[in-house]
Design a protein around this ligand. Sequence first.
Ligand code: C6P
Length: 407
Amino acid sequence: MTLALMDRKADFPILTRTINGHRLTYLDSAATSQKPRSVIAAMNRFYEETNANVLRSVHTLAEESTEAFHRARVSTAEFIGAAGSEEVVFTRGTTESLNMVARGWGDKFLKPGDEVVVSPMEHHSNLIPWQRLCQRTGARLRFIELNDDGSLAMDHARAVINERTRLAALSRISNVLGTINPIREIADLVHTVGGIMVVDGAQSVPHEPTAVAELGADFLAFSGHKMCGPTGIGVLWGRAELLDASDPVDFGGEMISYVNRESATWADLPHKFEAGTPNIAGAIGLAAAIEYLNEVGMANIAQHGRQLGETAYQRLSQLPGVAVFGPPSPRAALVAFNIDKIHPHDVAQVFDSRGVAIRAGHHCCQPLMHWLHAAATARASFYLYNQPDDIDALVDAVEATKRYFTI
Ligand code: C6P
């Protein structure tokens, strides 16, 4: 197989580790990606040379730090094709971003009888905030059902989205099924009835070129740690008009315009959503990650990931006793599977004894597990540093697990 990307493992120091006597085969990037040397260096450099709080003091370090933080926002905005850096709110990650939309926009604009549309494949982070919003406002939560292969049933989408739909919230890529959802088509349906499109980009922004306007998104949430950046930094992008109309959800330092004893007014975008000292080093790490990803090329990363995901799916589905989930093609850079009656945690344990890191569990998608009639699954997920020999290690580990449990 000729892949879109050459071997980039050398950029990632952790990938030289030996685990249980074997070279590390890291197949858990959907949970969190590894970090290239350049990201680690950028964060170290920030702490060693520049560290100061941002947007507050006027000394040299504070000005350099504020400037670096602002540049990080600008490169993040460019990375997703935002109209301006004021549309980029730094958060702790996808989870916080989605909760921010539910509270800041949803609480303000939803009323009894309105409808919020999601799907059964959503991560809990893109489900529970909408459940809670509906409980608070009297709106109704509706689901676009799935086809047997785990893709969205578009006929059902057309039936579910109606003039009461105020908001649809869907993941672009499922973290279990590997489905790549037609967000643009759904967004067009939602916009026709005057609703807004919220996109959970946790698994897509790291893996494919993203342009918010082409996607049809009104809000987009994603996490730095799944795209070669550090943990604790993420993004809520929103159209300026919608962010302007939304209420802040956290209150405190630097998010205000003016405060008196009884009340306060808010700062301009994006600061009204960023109360307190932000994750400055995290933003700088994210900017370094974006620089790295741009250098590798997002189109190459997308092609590479889909090649690995589809190949792994094909090879696993040919193995007796192995069930794979989601559509064969097109699919994203991950594959969830089960081996006969062996619990996925036991599978992951045997894999680990061979140096192969996968995730096992419900992947924060319990309604999807019900739909799959599975309590849990194993999942192998790939990124730009994986190569075909990692799929060989995956297949070998499946065979070893079957031998271990003599099935
Ligand atoms: N999925 C996984 O192993 P946070 O935790 O806020 O960075 O991202 C939450 C999230 C939201 N949506 C989707 C589609 C996701 O995949 C995730 C994170 C990880 O699948 C950890 S549970």
